[in-house]
Write a protein that binds this ligand. Sequence first.
Ligand code: GLU
Length: 443
Amino acid sequence: MSVVTRFAPSPTGRLHVGNIRTALHNWMWARKSGGRFLLRIDDTDRERSREEHVASIRADLSWLGLVPDGETRQSGRFDLYEQRFAGLAAAGRVYPAYETQQELDLKRKILLGRGLPPIYDRAALALTDADRARLEAEGIRPHWRFRLDHSAPIEWHDLIRGPQRFDPATMSDPVVRRADGSWLYLLPSVIDDIEMAVTHVVRGEDHVSNTAAQLQMFDALGAVPPAFAHEALLTGAEGKLSKRLGSLGADHFREAGIEPQAIIALLARLGTSDPVEPHIGTAPLFDSFDFARFGRAPARFDEAELAQVNARILHQLDYEAVASRLPAGMDAAGWLAIRPNLSILAETAGWWQVVEGPVAAMSEPEDAEFLAQAAAAAASLDWSGDPWHALTATLKDMTGRKGKALFLPLRRALTGRDSGPDMAALLPLIGRDRALARLRGSS
Ligand code: GLU
């Protein structure tokens, strides 16, 4: 069996970190198994769906490297839904219902008032042909419900949550189509999952009760259902379901200087029993990826942890991977010298400025003599080898200084800063002429 997964966002907004995680896990499961990862745009809701969101979903997936092997759109498949719906209507698995929203609300209130669960009473099933004809003659158009089969419990083995069991008699027959003919999410999704030969549905646990109803829809449509994996939702760092998470998307991360690899490395492992590690390649992430390793407790998404992973990713990235985003003139040696100091790539420009200058003068008057000695020593150094160690060894012998008293005035004069990348890597990049000028205080 060849694995097929799908990521099925509704284009009613931008992807947020929870959606990105779902997309990633679908992508990983397909890639790991040599299968296919499909993007399905769930745009049956014509009023709330926006083309700009479709474009941003594609762009975000591409930035993250989660490239789909195919894309479908529900709005292009209405004929198919119509056909399957007709079959279900002929078999009596969907039925027309004529209650208004107010009537339904009232029924709910009455049941709740009696301490009963607000389950739809199936009054529409008792209507005769004559009743329906009369209602339609009054201009009332029906919405449509899927008739759940109450004869047996609905059971499945969820790849994350384990054995699941629902009693259909405790569920309302779900509305699958509105009175204006438009589709709700449940049925088209099942029709598509069958048509697209989806083998694994990976989504958030907010869909668990939908799955119970959808399993009966697969059956009613004569299909074997896919496997299901319902993931615990993400919470904010403070441990609560957080509104803020809903607004954190690829744009936010990109602007904050987060590399896609950092997002992947974190979200691949968050909520699993494996530690978060700053892997650049996906192979080690694939190796350990398995739904059985996901816990049922909500996973905590912490931007501070993401920032740390990001730094550790940057410290490993090759020059070739970042060259097009580096300051003009910066070469591989420059990147290797500066990379260990970065939290985000954009900081490179500041450090490259330290190499190229000018740098702010930053020396104490009491170091003037020492720096004059340093300039003299630097002038007669062999710059082709390891000038920093040669310079500091010479100055140590000449002045008896050591430790901070030796290194800090040099770092300040040479870089205009108190701290930064390893001077042994930086000094050859600064080079003889600029170093002499800075030590002499003339640049
Ligand atoms: N469009 C649905 C959503 O965004 C898809 C759920 C599913 O994966 O089936 O929630």
